[in-house]
Ligand binder design. Structure first.
Ligand code: ZN
Length: 164
C-alpha cells in the first residue's frame, strides 16, 4: 500500500468533511464526516449517525452503499472518498468490496486511538487497523496536519459529553 500526504487541492474537501463532522457532533453523533467526489463534483456526503443506536451508521459505509447503487464500476474506481477520520475496518472493507478509488483522510485511526487513551476512554470493540491492512489495493492519502487540531477538538468535545 502507498500512503501519500494529501495534496493542497485536497484540503478544501477535507475541510468540508470537518464541517460535516462538526454538524454530526452538534446533533449528538460522533464527529465524523465524509464525501464522495467524481470528476471534481461532490456526488454524495454524509456524517456519522450512531445516535440512532446503530453503531454501524458511519458515513464511509453509507458512501460505499450509495456508490454501489448509483455508480458504474468504472465510476466507482475513478471516485475519491474524503473523510475527516480514517476508515474503520468495516468501512475500509465496504469501500474495497464496492471497488471505490482513492481515500483521503484528515486524521488517522491511530491518532484517534491515542487521543482516546489520553482521555482515559476504553478502546472500541473493533481493532483500529489502518486501511492498508484491510484494503491493500486502495491508494490512501493522510493524515493532513493542517486539520489535526480542529478534528482533535471535535473528538475531545464528544468525549467530554460522553457518559463516564
Ligand atoms: Zn467505519
Amino acid at each position: 500500500m502507498i500512503v501519500h500526504d494529501p495534496a493542497p487541492e485536497d484540503l478544501p474537501y477535507l475541510r468540508r468533511c470537518v464541517v460535516l463532522a462538526r454538524h454530526a457532533l452538534e446533533v449528538g453523533n460522533e464527529p465524523f464526516g465524509s464525501l464522495l467526489m467524481l470528476d471534481d463534483a461532490v456526488l454524495f456526503e454524509d456524517f456519522n449517525h450512531v445516535s440512532t443506536g446503530d453503531d454501524t451508521r458511519h458515513p464511509e459505509f453509507a458512501i460505499a452503499r450509495w456508490a454501489a447503487e448509483n455508480l458504474t464500476p468504472e465510476q466507482r474506481l475513478a471516485a475519491v472518498v474524503y473523510t475527516s477520520g480514517e476508515h474503520c475496518p468495516m468501512c475500509a472493507a465496504a469501500h474495497a468490496w464496492v471497488g471505490l478509488g482513492r481515500i483521503v483522510y484528515a486524521t488517522s485511526s491511530i491518532q484517534l486511538v491515542q487521543w482516546r487513551r489520553e482521555w482515559g476512554l476504553p478502546d472500541g470493540p473493533v481493532s483500529p487497523l489502518p486501511i492498508g491492512a484491510v484494503a491493500p489495493g486502495v491508494i490512501v492519502s493522510g493524515p493532513a496536519p493542517e486539520l489535526l487540531d480542529e478534528v482533535r477538538a471535535l473528538h475531545a468535545s464528544y468525549a467530554g459529553d460522553a457518559p463516564a
